[in-house]
Design a protein around this ligand. Sequence first.
Ligand SMILES: *Cc1c(COP(=O)(O)O)cnc(C)c1O
Length: 357
Amino acid sequence: MRYPEISIRTKVIAENAGKVVSLCSARGINVWGVTKGVSANPSVAGAMLDGGCAGLADSRMDNIRKMRLFGIREPMMLLRIPMPGEMKQVAAMADVCLMSMPESISMLDKACEDAGTKVGVIIMVDLGDLREGIWPDGVAVMAEAVSKCRRIRCLGAGSNLGCLSGVLPTVTNLSLLVSIAREFETFLGYPLEVVSGGATSSLPLVEDASMPPGVSQLRIGEAILLGTDVSGGRAIPYLSQDAIRISAEVVEVRSKPSLPIGETGSDAFGNKPVFENRGIRRRAILAIGRQDIRPEGLAPIDKGISIIGASSDHLTLDVEEFDGSIRPGDVVSFSPDYGATLAATTSAYVRTRIIES
Ligand SMILES: *Cc1c(COP(=O)(O)O)cnc(C)c1O
């Protein structure tokens, strides 16, 4: 049994990484490859490093542990501000950690003391997306927390945009980040190497050369994996969108009416789907569902195929306008977005196939 499957072309990932890295390095910015989108698949992580990424970054310690177990020794960054319950693992396995709470900094310092290690921290600043980070007037408190630690070094300041509220990176908000980093230097009394200016959504500022000077690092996942930038709503023209595909097997093909028959309540997920009457149409069912993917994040590769809906284990397609024959055992492929990729690599039921070409 091979399907459902997510296939990943590591050569394409390495090429995408290489292009992002050379674009950024021309502006003095280094790139950390973000692996969470593929659940830190070690081959993909390796391809990011082959493409020139300075290190690997992931939001989960489980993923960092996995990459370490696969023998990857390059620098690793924990992207999600750490749980107090995982400081021991952070101290043992991460080189860099994003931070936003003073008490977490002292907990990590204690864990490093016990483990005999050192971790660099990047202080997160909330520039308006309202996820993690200190308010711009909170520099003194954080600088004081870091100064008390013996095993923690403040590497710099960072920010995350575009994720929770969709706030876009701009010259204005990233200039504020650079000036906050300078303020940290004044409090700490040593220069900071890192101003970590965001993720894929920050690339437009590098492309049009408007990135504020001083921003020295980006943490990039989506652009390298998928060649897209969801917050800017674009396919990035100089990158490939072909690295990752999700495929599933057809289990039924029948012509059926486009309107349900009978009284309708909610679907299996509590939604009330609305259908348009388009007469009798040919439909196919694929053996993949919400337990494996985010159906809203799949784009069929073949023309004439569209998604009608999904339950936990079935994905229903309209194939009326598909030119070819389609029957049980045939395989239909999709280009996934970030959410669908994340879900597929996390599902225990989807096999990951690495294609090394
Ligand atoms: C996921 C994540 C990134 C990478 O975002 P992309 O949009 O995939 O480039 C960067 N920073 C943090 C804190 C993240 O959680």
